[in-house]
Each structure stands twice: as C-alpha cells, then as structure tokens.
Design a protein around this ligand. Structure first.
Ligand SMILES: [Zn+2]
Length: 807
C-alpha cells in the first residue's frame, strides 16, 4: 500500500529535530551574508514577510550547500509610534503590546522551518540594543555631527510629533490624517549633508549591482544642484543700482538670452520697475526699456514685466518682436530670482556638448569675476529627536547653571511601565526618570525627554547580528558588507540612505573598514489579491468583506450580493490580506513555499491565485508518490553495491544546467517548471526501461540536491526514506552538485576494414584499445566483415577516432 503524502507528519517529525548551527566558521571560506529588512512587530505576519524570508532561506541553503559561510537572522524593530498609539487605544504599556506581538509572530515564523539563527535575536526596544544607539549618538555629538537647533518644523497636532516632509500627504499627517501645523521647537539634527557628496559618489561608482530605479530614487532624494550666481550689469548708464545677481542652474543658457521675463516678486521689479512702467504690449506684458548687459557677449537683454497671472501658454507674448521665431525661442522666465529654463534654443555653440559649453562659459565669466558656484542639496539634515515616549532616550541633560550637557551613566534607561495618554510625553511627568544631579555643579536638573527617531534603530541593526560580545561595539568584520539585502520598495529611500550614512559614520569612527553596507539589493514585489465587497443600502458605498471568509465554488461566490472587486495590494482597509497560517496548516510549508516562488519573479508583483497552489500541490504529491512506488529499486542498488560506472543520463543535463544557472541568477520561478519537467521524464522512463533504473539513483541524488533549498521538508524525508543517509551525508551537510562537470563524454569511433569505412561505434571517451577491441570483436556487425578473429593481421588505432582492421 502506498503511503500518502501528509505534510503534517513530515513537518512535525523534522521540527522535533532542531537545526544545529556550526559555531566556528572557517575564515578561509567565502561568506554570503543575506539579510531581510527587520520587521515591525505589528501583530501578524503577512504574505509579504513570508515572501521575503523564503527568498532569504533559499539563498541561505543554496550558499550553504556551496560551502560558503552563511548567515540568517531575525529581530524586531520595536520602538515607534504604532506601538505607542496601540498602547493609548488599549490603555496598556507599549512594551506589553510589543511583547505579545513578537511572541505571536515568532511562533508563526518558527513554523516555517527557516534557517534563522535565533541566538542572535534582539528587540530594538531593549536596553541591550538601544544602549548602542546612545553610545553612537554621544560619539556623533562629540564629533559635532549632531547639533541642537530651534527650527520651524512640521507638527502633527494629533500624534504630537514632528513629521518629515515625506510623511506629509496633501498637507496632512500620513498616519493621523490631520492638517499639519508649523511649530518652532528645539531639535537634535544629524549633519547628514556632510556626507551628501559621498553618498552620491558611491551610488554611482560602487553600488553597481543595485537596481537602477532605486539608485535614481536615492539620487533624486539627495538632489544635488549646482547653481551659478552670475552678475549682470545694467546696459546703459543710469541712476539705478547697477548690479544684479542672477542664479541660474544651466549656465549655458545665458548664451541664448534675449530678454528676461520678471514678475512683481522679482527684485529687479522691486528696485527699478515699480511705478515706472511706461508702455505695454498687451494687458499682461510691460516694458520700460531697461536692459541688462549679457556678461558673455555684452549684447542687450531686455527686461519685460509680466503680471503674476501670466500664463506661459499666452501666445501674445510671442508677437512683441518682428522676428517672431527668434523671440519665441529665447526668453527666460526670471521668477523669484531663480531662472526656470525648460526652453528650446538655437546657438552658435550648438555643436558643443552641454558640459563643454558649461565649462567654457563658466571659465570666461570667472575670469571676469562675474560668476561663482553654489552647490545646493534637496536633502536636509536629519532631525532625529521626537517628542514621544516610545523610543531611545537621548542621553543628555541641560544644566543651565554650568552649561553641562552630559549625563554621567553609560545607559539612560527608558522606563517600560508607562502608559501614554496621547497628550503629553509620559516621561515629562515621571519624576523618577526626570530628576538627576548635574555631576559638575551638583544641582538638581531635568534630563532630556526627547527620544530618537526609530530610523536610527534600523540604520545599523545588521551589524548587531554579528556582534562578538554585548559589552563592546565589536563585531565580525569578515561578514560585512551584506551580500544580499532583501526588502520592500517602501524602504528604498530613507532606510537605505540612513543605513548607508550610518555605515560611513561607523567607518569614520574607525570601527569598520567598509564604505557601503549593502553590496546588492533585492527589492521584492508587492503581493496582491482579489477584493470582495457589498454595496451599502444607504449610500451605495463599498463595504469590503474579509477575503478569508469568501467561499468560491465553480467561479461563483456562494453568498449573494458579493461583488468581486479589482485585484489590489493586500491591505487592512481592503480586507484582502490572506492569512498565511491558514494555508500552511492546510497545504504544508513546502507547497506554500513552492507556490510563492513559482507564481512570479521575485522583483515582480505576486497575485494570490488558488489554482496555482493546486499545480504546486500536484507536483509535490507526484514527487512523493513516484519515490514511494519505486523505493525498492534503490534498495536493490545499495544491496548490490554496484561499482560499475553509472552512465549519466545526458538528456537531463540541459535541465540541470538551467536550474543551476537560475539558482545563480535568483530566477527561482523558472526553476520550478524544470523540476516538473524532470519528474515527468522520470515517470515515463521508469515504466519499461531497465537501463534507466540503474541510473535513476545517480540523477535522483542531483535532483534532490537541486530541490532541497526550496522544499527542504519533503526532500529531507525522502532522503532518509531512500536510505541516502546511510550511503551519503545528511542532506543538511551535502554539497551542491557540480553540474558543469557532467559533460557529455560519449564519442563516435569510425570502424574500418582495410581502410574502408564500415560503421560507427559509440563508446565512452578515452576508452583504451584493449577494451574497445574486446567490445568491437564481440559486435555482430564486425563478425559480418571478419569471419574469424584469427584473420586479423593488424589493428591500427587512433584514439577516440578510428579503428582499422587489416585482414
Ligand atoms: Zn551643572
């Protein structure tokens, strides 16, 4: 009787045997450090998390089999607003909420049989972690990389906190949806601008394996702009103040200017034009016969005044000169002192490249002392203090008497037992936390109650995983930088930028000797699903229905009135996030893993489709059944201890090669279809082909090794079922097959009699004469040409090519 595939039995059996991690790493080996972006313990694991960790796990197993030193870790980014807001809602401490969530999510992850080394797990809200935030903060503060400044900031009145520009959507807070106010407060800033040029440089020169779109996003975020400050003189002698500074981004444009357009915000207008407008062309455009001198060619540049409501599309503008075309192509809008320059130009320098032109013009003007350069960045210095409770306390105090700012003890511990109310930072009312003595002047003073932005926590955590001890900021440098960093597109700007910045700071503190933390990025696609809704009777609004409660039979939804909506990103508001636990209980981890890998390329979006799960389920059942039906053939093989060289089955080689290459390229989705093809070949061949049976063991070995990183549970079970454990190593310790070595070593030998071609004989390359002679003289064909072996007078043999019988 055949034993039916039951994932529950297999998974339970293997979960009991826990994976052991080798403590000592061999430094002579290569390393491969993959890291998944640290999750926020929001409560439940979603499919996006699972997709990330599965990719990481496959990479880990693959490189482990290739005998690299590999690492996989998991931790929790547990400070921040969501926990504090949840605490306000449930009237508990944020710590309690976090602790519960971590416990649940860890339990979920433990079910997935991932290669995580849990010994290195940490939670950023614990002092063992955040003391290092404080330590780095103080080092940066002493180096003047962190400074204090009073500034107007974006203030969210509901969350009572500062918002960064990117956290404001249409003037409202991204989380609270309340209108953002401006408020002047005292803040701590990190001088990230000091590293702006370097961050750009390495983006271009070093991070060659990063996806291009991410590099463009980072580049635009830093937004380096070189602005030329050019001095223009008034053309004719007159009474007006005769020098104007004009800032222009593309200096080559001054080569083309015939006139400027200005409006009332412009200082030329304020200084000269006001009340002196004499003529006008039409209702919107005025002139006063004031000309500037083009510093390059000394030609006249006319200044035209336009009303603020002037619209670029206003055609009237272009009829003010006889030479219509010329004018049309040669104006610059000189608004708010910065010239907008989205124009088209003719020029005598037309054949020169912009960059040359820029340099020539800049050089000429600089010589005349009419131009200087200014570099500007879109990037601002990073305001890292938050007026909230749930974060790393800023380890400073303010003694107004002796101006001392330092706190004496090494760690400033955050009390875990406070319940925030949403109105005031509870640290401000906590006397035990607040009061301290200035160790210099001995006066009682208050500590700082601001905490750090949680982006600080996630900017260096990947180094914490490889710490050697918790008492020193010392880590295993051998593992840095990270070979593959896996995460979502939503972190492609700030988190990556801050991590890159922190790595450079840590380098400059002489604690690390690398410039960039992530050699390679893998940005996984989002996960989508159908949405389901009913229309409300009152206002016809969509009311979304939890997709996990929808039952579909024959493409029809069983309950009436439910409408199938668009396929959308899984989200709470659309109620279309599926519960991974449900599917894992129902189908087992291997099938779900296979499905997630098979459904789409990693960088592309993944649509949750039930019918694709079925395909994966069929493959696993077929695999299981095939080896269970044929396991006796393996027993016979081992029993005979057949020492004969097994001829390798070359037809499979092209599949093996493709799988091998796709592992290298991380094209996991295409690998699965080759697995399916190989299994189908096995099933066809095994029926009547006895020869095939003898080679099945050899190709099964390769097949299992290739399958193992993706579906480890079932392969481990089959491996031991077929007794591979006894004759080979455990699958966990087995090497990756060296596919490229399996070359086709069959050759064709031309058989001649007295120098005349008779037939072709196939054999293995480099077979020696004696063996070939034996084989061929027993061949029926040769007996036809040579009646008796004794007739052979001489044999001429050219290795791997010709065998000539002289009779
Ligand atoms: Zn003092």
């Amino acid at each position: 009787m055949i034993n039916i595939y039951n994932h529950k039995i297999i998974e339970l059996k293997i979960q009991k045997k826990k994976l052991k991690f080798k403590k000592k790493k061999n430094r002579n080996k290569k390393k491969y450090y993959t890291c998944s972006m640290i999750p926020y313990p929001s409560g439940k694991l979603h499919i996006g998390h699972l997709r990330n960790y599965i990719i990481n796990d496959i990479l880990f197993r693959y490189y482990n089999m290739k005998k690299y030193n590999t690492l996989m870790f998991m931790s929790w980014d547990s400070f921040g607003l969501p926990a504090e807001n949840a605490a306000i809602n449930y009237n508990i401490t944020p710590y309690k909420w976090i602790k519960k969530n971590i416990k649940y999510m860890k339990k979920q992850i433990l079910n997935f049989d991932l290669s995580i080394n849990w010994k290195k797990e940490f939670s950023t809200c614990k002092k063992e972690y955040y003391k290092w935030n404080q330590w780095l903060f103080l080092l940066m503060f002493k180096k003047k990389l962190i400074y204090i400044k009073k500034k107007y900031v974006n203030w969210d009145p509901k969350d009572n906190t500062v918002l960064a520009n990117e956290q404001i959507i249409n003037g409202r807070g991204w989380r609270s949806n309340i209108k953002v106010k401006k408020k002047k407060i005292r803040m701590y800033y990190i001088n990230i601008l000091k590293y702006a040029n370097e961050l750009l440089f390495y983006l271009k020169k070093y991070l060659l394996k990063w996806p291009n779109k991410i590099k463009i996003m980072q580049k635009n975020w830093i937004g380096k702009n070189i602005v030329y400050n050019i001095i223009f003189n008034i053309h004719k002698k007159n009474n007006y103040k005769n020098i104007f500074n004009i800032k222009i981004k593309n200096i080559y444009l001054i080569n083309f200017i015939n006139f400027f357009l200005i409006n009332k915000n412009n200082y030329i207008y304020k200084n000269i034009y006001k009340n002196k407008i004499k003529k006008y062309f039409n209702r919107n455009i005025f002139f006063n016969k004031i000309y500037l001198k083009n510093p390059l060619f000394n030609n006249k540049i006319e200044i035209l005044y336009i009303l603020n409501k002037y619209n670029k599309k206003n055609k009237n503008l272009f009829y003010i000169n006889k030479n219509k075309k010329f004018i049309k192509k040669n104006y610059l809008l000189f608004k708010n002192n910065i010239i907008k320059d989205k124009l088209y130009f003719y020029s005598k320098y037309n054949n020169l490249k912009k960059i040359f032109l820029k340099n020539i013009i800049f050089y000429n003007l600089k010589k005349k002392k009419l131009c200087n350069l200014k570099t500007k960045f879109k990037l601002h210095n990073w305001g890292i203090s938050r007026q909230r409770y749930w974060g790393t306390p800023i380890p400073l105090l303010n003694c107004y008497k002796c101006k001392n700012i330092f706190y004496k003890k090494k760690i400033l511990i955050l009390p875990k037992n406070l319940i925030p109310n949403g109105y005031i930072n509870p640290l401000k009312n906590n006397k035990k936390f607040l009061k301290t003595k200035c160790f210099k002047c001995k006066n009682f003073i208050k500590k700082e109650t601001d905490t750090m932005d949680t982006f600080v926590d996630s900017s260096w955590y990947f180094i914490k995983y490889i710490f050697i001890s918790n008492n020193f900021f010392l880590f295993n440098k051998y593992f840095m930088p990270i070979n593959k960093y896996i995460g979502g597109i939503e972190h492609s700007i700030l988190h990556l930028l801050y991590s890159r910045f922190f790595t450079k700071v840590i380098r400059d503190l002489k604690l690390i000797n690398i410039n960039e933390p992530f050699l390679n990025l893998l940005i996984q696609g989002i996960v989508l699903n159908n949405t389901y809704y009913i229309l409300s009777n009152k206002n016809n609004k969509k009311i979304y229905i939890n997709c996990n409660k929808i039952i579909i039979k024959n493409k029809n939804i069983i309950k009436k009135n439910i409408i199938i909506g668009k396929i959308q990103k899984m989200s709470k508001s659309k109620k279309n996030g599926i519960n991974p636990q449900y599917y894992i209980n129902k189908y087992g981890i291997d099938i779900i893993k296979l499905f997630i890998i098979f459904s789409s390329p990693i960088e592309k979006k993944l649509i949750w489709k039930h019918k694709n799960i079925k395909g994966c389920k069929n493959f696993l059942f077929n695999l299981w059944n095939f080896y269970n039906l044929n396991k006796n053939k393996f027993k016979i093989y081992f029993f005979k201890k057949n020492k004969k060289k097994i001829i390798y089955y070359y037809k499979l080689n092209k599949f093996f090669k493709k799988i091998n290459n796709n592992y290298k390229e991380i094209n996991y989705n295409t690998i699965v279809s080759y697995f399916m093809k190989i299994l189908n070949i096995f099933k066809k061949k095994i029926k009547n082909n006895i020869k095939f049976n003898t080679i099945l063991i050899k190709i099964t070995l390769i097949f299992f090794k290739l399958l193992y990183p993706i579906i480890p549970y079932i392969i481990r079970e089959l491996w031991s079922k077929l007794n591979f454990n006894k004759f080979y190593n455990n699958i966990e310790n087995i090497n990756w097959p060296n596919i490229s070595n399996f070359k086709n070593n069959k050759i064709k030998i031309i058989v001649q009699v007295n120098g005349k071609f008779k037939f072709i004989f196939k054999t293995i390359k480099n077979t020696n004469l004696n063996l070939i002679k034996k084989k061929i003289t027993n061949n029926k064909k040769i007996k036809y040409y040579i009646n008796n072996k004794k007739n052979i007078k001489k044999i001429i043999f050219i290795k791997n090519k010709i065998l000539n019988f002289i009779i």
